[in-house]
Design a protein around this ligand. Structure first.
Ligand code: URA
Length: 449
């Protein structure tokens, strides 16, 4: 059965786009049928980009209430197909991160959770602004096809337990188009618009439950805990209106996650985590989110038992095995993941030396994300191609001792001239102080289902 529509009334005549823009501009509210009319009109090409942009800006400035947010989510969800994944027998749980720097967790987490008996149908995105994208990381693996159609996606989820693909034209196409507009009209940072964007594409996957990793800090869209908590709560509340179990964790994105930023570099680090190695923060976040997904999927009833189960799956190699099966099912070359040294590698590495000795107090995720994009790891224009080998390797993490002249980071590039303009900017992203800073917690809060 298709996803139930929430609060739909479409009989009364609906005002045109201009009236709806003016109403929102003047702090009015739209009925669910009016929101649906706008989104349907936009998807059908009857509402112009500039009209949708104006409405989005009015919504960002004046807000959408919960009923408007639910209506927007629903209209975007039903702008395309809503999968049911009937052939998948296991509970189906996905995770979505609101976007960070160095966040390669999806690559390890999907296979980890699937190896514990909970299916993970995951529709992911590409890099956006300064944040990286799971699809770009997976495509660093030779042959990995992120563009499976809905039938093959379902077959892979049923056979392997996990599949990670990109948003197709079939799934929530309104989100794809509206997101592209928001990206270039300064309308990303709005809680209701983010909620509708995330939930519409995630609900289209046919999941039973969703875990949200709401990033907080310099490198995140939500810069402070209060706004992250508001986003997490709204996501959970609106998600439940669609009959899904939804919980959220608020996690630190003040500094990058792990020790690498850039697609092949991050794929290599994710593979290390799947071998029960890799940086502590990345491994810890993978295990923490994995345990919460087992709870959401009903595979365990307590967090401690769920945690032990994901630890065992990582240590036994079951999670890596599952990753290898997923890569094979997507046409990827599994030799590359068995020998990660075969992943694309930048021919030139340029050191960023520490200007003085001391302790690393801060490492600005936003700045490092922006530099990584300019080195070629992300896109400045939607049509840009990413360089899978480009990126940044971090030699130090907050709390580490640094010695003057020793590298704090390596810029990985095709040629030295690509790195030179960014050496000073990268160095300025590191703050060195005389005293070791207190350790920052990785998980800052949780909003339970
Ligand atoms: N991620 C999304 O998918 N949508 C947003 O609006 C923001 C982050």
């Amino acid at each position: 059965m298709a996803q139930a529509r929430v609060g739909k009334k479409r009989s009364a005549p609906v005002p045109d786009a201009v009236e709806l823009i003016v109403r929102k501009r003047d702090h009015g509210r739209l009925a669910p049928a009016e929101v649906a009319h706008l989104v349907d009109g936009y998807t059908a090409g009857k509402v112009a980009d500039y009209q949708m942009s104006a409405w989005l800006m009015a919504s960002l400035l004046n807000g959408l209430d919960e009923s408007e947010t639910v209506a927007l989510t629903e209209a975007m969800l039903h702008s395309g197909r809503v999968l049911e994944l009937c052939s998948v027998r296991q509970p189906k749980v996905d995770k979505h991160s609101t976007g960070g720097v160095g966040d390669k967790v999806s690559l390890c987490l999907g296979p980890l959770v699937a190896s514990c008996g909970v299916a993970v149908p995951m529709v992911s995105g590409r890099g956006l602004g300064h944040t990286g994208g799971t699809l770009d990381k997976l495509e660093a693996i030779e042959g990995y096809d992120t563009r499976l159609d809905a039938r093959r996606f379902e077959r892979v989820v049923a056979a392997v337990g996990v599949s990670i693909i990109g948003q197709t034209a079939e799934l929530a196409p309104a989100d794809r188009r509206i997101y592209a507009l928001r990206d270039v009209t300064g309308t990303v940072e709005s809680v209701p618009l983010i909620v509708a964007s995330i939930l519409s594409k995630k609900l289209a996957e046919g999941i039973d439950a969703l875990l949200l990793d709401v990033k907080v800090g310099r490198g995140a869209f939500m810069k402070d805990l209060a706004s992250a908590r508001l986003l997490g709560r709204t996501l959970a509340r609106v998600g439940r209106r669609f009959g899904k179990r939804v919980s959220a964790v608020l996690t630190d994105m003040e500094s990058p996650l792990g020790r690498t930023i850039g697609n092949a570099l991050e794929a290599r680090e994710a593979i290390a985590v799947l071998h029960n190695e890799g940086p502590d923060d990345t491994r810890e976040l993978t295990l923490d989110l994995g345990a919460r997904m087992l709870l959401l999927g009903g595979a365990e009833s307590g967090l401690a038992a769920a945690r032990r189960r994901v630890e065992r799956a990582l240590a036994s190699g079951a999670a890596f095995e599952c990753f290898a099966r997923m890569v094979r099912a997507h046409g990827g070359n599994t030799r590359v993941i068995e020998h990660p040294e075969l992943l694309p590698r930048a021919p030139v590495r340029v050191a960023v030396p520490a200007p003085k000795s001391g302790f690393l107090v801060g490492c600005d995720a936003l700045e490092l994300g922006l530099v990584a994009v300019r080195l070629g790891a992300g896109r400045l224009l939607a049509e840009d191609k990413v360089d899978p080998a480009a990126g940044i390797e971090l030699c130090v993490k907050p709390g580490d001792r640094v010695a003057k002249g020793e590298p704090m980071a390596w810029l990985c590039v095709r040629r030295r001239s690509k790195a030179s303009p960014f050496l000073a900017r990268t160095a300025a992203a590191f703050t060195i102080g005389p005293r070791q800073p207190p350790a920052r917690p990785l998980v800052l809060g949780a909003i339970a289902r």
